[in-house]
Design a protein around this ligand. Structure first.
Ligand code: ADP
Ligand code: MG
Length: 655
């Protein structure tokens, strides 16, 4: 069964060398029950770890069941530990959150067997049929060690190794355990046991004494009955090359998920705090996208009504100081200016002067305070105000200062309710007007209700309603967007010349604004807002990720012994890595989903209380979920990798 040739193992601690095992050669046959004895520090455990493929010798040769195992890779060693060797440790090493059944069944997971029948069978065999659903803290020491023995047997190993199995037990339990080991040997199992207690060694058929890393005596206490009971695959070692990557093993994933859930629930507050960062980050992503998209749509709607290729001309700001006082007042626009701009060049398509003011409008018994806009005929097509019902006023009506009005939908609603206003009389500041049309509804802009307006001919507004002698602003439409920049300069020069303005005031006398600039400003504002939220999201996700990483590192450290145990019973690097990655991803996904809910809630509150346009899309939810998944993966990777690198022996010894 076991053939050791000149095995040595030296530990280096700083400048010191400890030769734990020196040049040991040893043969153990199938069916033997060997006790390795010796004082503490004599190298028993070190030898045992090499026998159990938990550690590699520095030099020498080891044949297990006829196969040279010194050349095996780490992964293959894990498989051999899982299939051929069962370990029993002094400290039991049961996982506290799992039942006896789950603990004993743990090696099955790594053998890709996903039912616990075997585990139950072995627990019955060690006499624990009534304790199957108990957790380790509900079991006595002897019972815990019996669970550990059941675990060692669950994959039907050919070799059972026990390192001081009775070291932590009272004398009655010691006897129980030794009786079990003895009967297992009687059934043909090869048993190698380390002990320093003489009373325990008497159960063994052969006793090997060690001192300072060397075998000093080797005697048979009871003659070997038979070696023929062996059922070991002495020749068939194909299984070590035939394993499937655990990546494709759904059962292992489920087991890892179960472990992750256990781990999360055993540290509820800690888990909650660690997902908070992800939660806030994802909520910010959701709110950002909702706000961005909503704003985009509302701007788009407003822009559609703004008109394109438009310039707006207004008198410049009042210039304070002696020069302005001399000039008398701010420069005012007049009809001459409008006509001059219209004639200025071929690039001018349409022009309309406008005046505006607040007025009181009366219809029958209804009274409404609203804005009156005095405009020219071209204003309607320029700014997309062509009436949805009735008509706009004509050139003649403008010239003759006709008392006709086109109403915005809000005004119609206020004055007429559901009645048809067409042809009705209204009074604007006590002047009678006839309603000839209804404007298209434009909805609310950021600052005001764009449908709360009455439009009348500009001349009527100036001379009959508002008593103004000048024009407030002039809208100019160019033939295309490209000509607007040139036109801006031309209009300024024209007006400066017409109004004989000279010197420094030329620059400020008139404002000519491009509506595209307003568009751009609106868009830039939304973008800034989105970017702000975006950076909050990015920072939170980063912080959240670091939080996850931190908690995972803590989790790995806390569970170092568990990792060692899992490796000892056959988990390979990939298995450990997947287990911790799943835990990290699960945490961040939970944070992600909570964040989606929270973000959606915040978005809805924004709409409800601040009146902001928000829109939650499926895309943003998918994006946020993917984000949290990626954060979990990225930040879980390092801790999981650290865990996978742990050496089983050192991990088991970790305090
Ligand atoms: P035993 O099990 O017989 O008490 P061990 O095999 O555990 O003895 O240890 C043998 C010697 O090797 C001891 O002197 C111990 O200090 C040393 N040793 C064991 N493991 C390590 C290690 N990981 N690093 C350094 N020295 C070690
Ligand atoms: Mg020891």
């Amino acid at each position: 069964m076991i053939e050791l040739r000149n095995i040595s193992k030296t530990y280096h601690i700083g400048p010191y060398k400890v030769q734990a095992v020196r040049d040991v050669s040893l043969t153990i046959n199938t069916g033997e029950f060997v006790a390795i004895m010796g004082s503490s520090g004599s190298g028993k455990s070190t030898l045992m770890h090499m026998l159990g493929l938990l550690d590699r010798p520095d030099t020498g040769n080891y044949k297990l069941a006829g196969y040279d195992v010194t050349k095996l890779t780490d992964e293959q060693m894990a498989i051999v530990r899982n299939r051929l060797i069962g370990f029993v440790f002094q400290q039991f090493h049961l996982l506290p959150r799992m039942t006896a059944l789950e603990n004993a069944g743990l090696p099955l997971v790594y053998a890709s067997v996903h039912n616990l029948d075997k585990s139950k069978e072995k627990l019955v065999a060690v006499g624990l049929q009534d304790r199957i659903a108990h957790k380790p803290n509900e079991l006595s020491g002897g019972q815990q060690q019996r669970v550990a023995i059941a675990r060692a047997l669950v994959n039907e190993p050919v070799l059972l190794m026990a390192d001081e199995p009775t070291g932590n037990l009272d004398s009655k339990s010691k006897e129980e355990i030794m009786t079990i080991l003895k009967s297992l040997n009687d059934q043909g199992k090869t048993v190698v046991m380390v002990t320093h207690e003489k009373d325990m060694a008497v159960y063994a058929k052969r006793v090997i004494q060690m001192k300072d890393g060397q075998i000093i005596s080797d005697e048979i206490q009871q003659p070997q009955t038979t070696g023929s009971l062996s059922h070991m695959p002495t020749t068939d070692w194909n299984f070590i090359d035939k394993t499937v990557s655990s990546f494709y093993d759904v059962g292992k994933w489920l087991d890892s998920l179960k472990q992750a859930v256990y781990a999360m629930f055993s540290h509820k507050l800690r888990s909650l705090l660690s997902i908070l960062g992800i939660l806030i980050g994802v909520a910010a992503v959701i709110a950002m996208l909702a706000l961005g998209q909503g704003a985009q749509e509302s701007i788009q709607r407003q822009l559609a009504f703004l008109g394109s290729n438009l310039l707006m001309v207004r008198p410049g700001s009042f210039t304070p100081g002696p020069v302005a006082v001399q000039a008398g007042s701010v420069t005012r626009l007049n009809f001459g200016d409008v006509a001059a701009i219209r004639q200025m060049s071929d690039q001018v398509k349409r022009v309309s002067g406008t005046v505006e003011g607040r007025v009181q409008v009366v219809a029958g018994s209804k009274n409404w305070n609203t804005e009156v806009d005095g405009v020219d005929v071209d204003y309607a097509p320029m700014r997309a105000y062509v009436p949805q019902m009735g008509r706009f006023f004509t050139k003649e009506e403008v010239t003759s200062r006709a008392k006709v009005a086109v109403l915005g939908t809000t005004v119609v609603q206020q004055l007429f309710g559901d009645k048809d206003p067409m042809g009705e009389e209204i009074r604007i500041n006590s002047v009678n007007f006839k309603v000839i049309g209804i404007l298209p509804s434009k909805g609310a802009s950021t600052f005001r209700d764009q449908d709360d307006v009455v439009m009348v001919p500009i001349t009527t507004a100036m001379y009959r309603v508002l008593g103004k002698q000048y024009i407030d602003s002039v809208y100019v439409e160019g033939t295309s967007a490209d000509v607007l920049d040139d036109m801006q300069g031309e209009i300024t020069r024209l007006l400066v010349k017409r109004h004989r303005i000279n010197g420094k005031e030329q620059d400020n006398a008139f404002q000519v604004r491009n509506m595209a600039d307003i568009k751009a400003t609106l868009e830039a504002t939304t973008k800034t807002m989105s970017m702000l939220l975006g950076s909050i999201a990015a920072i939170s996700l980063l912080v959240g990720g670091i939080g996850i990483m931190n908690i995972m590192l803590v989790s790995v450290t806390e569970r170092t012994r568990e990792i060692g145990l899992r490796k000892a019973i056959g988990a390979n690097r990939e298995d450990i890595m997947i287990q911790f990655l799943i835990e990290a991803v699960m945490l961040s996904l939970i944070g992600g989903f909570a964040g989606v809910a929270f973000g959606a809630g915040v978005s809805l509150l924004l709409t409800f209380f601040a009146g902001w346009a928000v829109k939650i899309s499926l895309f943003s939810i998918v994006l946020a979920t993917v984000f949290s998944l990626v954060v979990g993966l990225v930040f879980g990777l390092w801790p999981a990798y650290q865990a996978s690198l742990l050496d089983p022996i050192e991990a088991l010894r970790y305090e």
